[in-house]
Design a protein around this ligand. Sequence first.
Ligand code: ATP
Ligand code: MG
Length: 398
Amino acid sequence: MKEIILIKNGELALKGLNRATFEEILLKNLRRRLKPLGAVEIRRAQSTVYIEPADETFPFADALEQVGQVFGIAAYTRACVAEKNMDDILEKAAVYLKPQLQKVATFKVEAKRADKGFSPASPEICRLVGGALLAACPHLRVDVHNPDLTVMVEVRDFGAYIHGEQLPGAGGLPVGTAGRAAVLISGGIDSPVAAWTMAKRGLTLNAVHFASPPYTSARAEQKVRDLLERVARYSGVIRLAVVPFTELQEAIGEHCPEDFFTLIMRRMMMRIATRIANDRNCGALITGESLGQVASQTLQALAVTDAAAGLPVLRPLIGMDKDEIVAVARKIDTFEISIQPFEDCCTVFTPRHPKTRPTIAQCDAAEASFDWEPLLERAVAGTTYSYIESTDGKGIRL
Ligand code: ATP
Ligand code: MG
């Protein structure tokens, strides 16, 4: 029996004239991702994407897992293809759905006729298919209000498709439809979640990590790579910039008042990240900050950080509680990596009494006794670049 994967686009349907462009990017993302699994035809019609394998060896379970990680998809399902006549639909529905129906007690049938020339009409399709399924599985009962399983019959231009419950897709917009941004990534819990959240809105990700050896170890940097690899399952390949930050941090320790250490470090991070981001045509920076979580995330602290950034700073976690952030981290499989205990540069030179209500003028004054420009330039010049992609076959270069 011939099977395909049917994909229902998410918000894409709302995009008016841009819709075709958005759908083409979704198709491109799907094609690149499914390519290693074997020959498939992927095409779109009527807000639906059809994934049609060339032969029976196609690994459906793997493909479904991949599809579940692609942004821009509201729902998806595997479906059986029938000819556009009721005899074939009834016969295939009973055989194809039997394994699913044996696991439930109640069901209902819904029919959708995109091809309005097809007869009979939807209510009659439902009645006939329901009858065929009851005959094949006598233990079943119809429950139109709260069924264990909803069976769908979709009669479309090129064929009829029969399937059970759809799976919820990853949502959001296809990666590559919203431009690029650079995420400031630490080894913590928050920034990988922030990266994932913005990739979900269609951004292509670059990443910037500040390393301060010997205060921070090679293991800390590896942790960042491991985290990004998980994010790349969803976002596709990520270009990572690792910035040598030791010299700047030591200079901050030497030339600035202690209660401003963290704030000035964050401002330096913003300045460097802006330069790296501009170089890659990124339109924004992304951080994992959440209002009030630590001293450097008060409204005033965020304002002085913003003042040093030359691009808009996106903070998708700003209104989230830690346990909400942790729930996402667990869902995307970054949590266990994030809690590994390797020191981040933020824990170097931590002030005993960090300033929680700084003003921009105070920060400017705290930075004034030193010429930072040569150090900023050296940090950018010493930055090393690499590409991170998911290596376990779960997600590939987009
Ligand atoms: P996270 O869990 O993401 O580390 P956090 O709650 O520990 O966040 P901070 O350490 O204050 O908060 O960092 C705030 C944000 O600054 C991070 O979410 C991240 O975007 C950025 N950041 C912090 N340290 C680094 C670093 N070493 N390299 C790049 N970005 C960093
Ligand atoms: Mg941190």
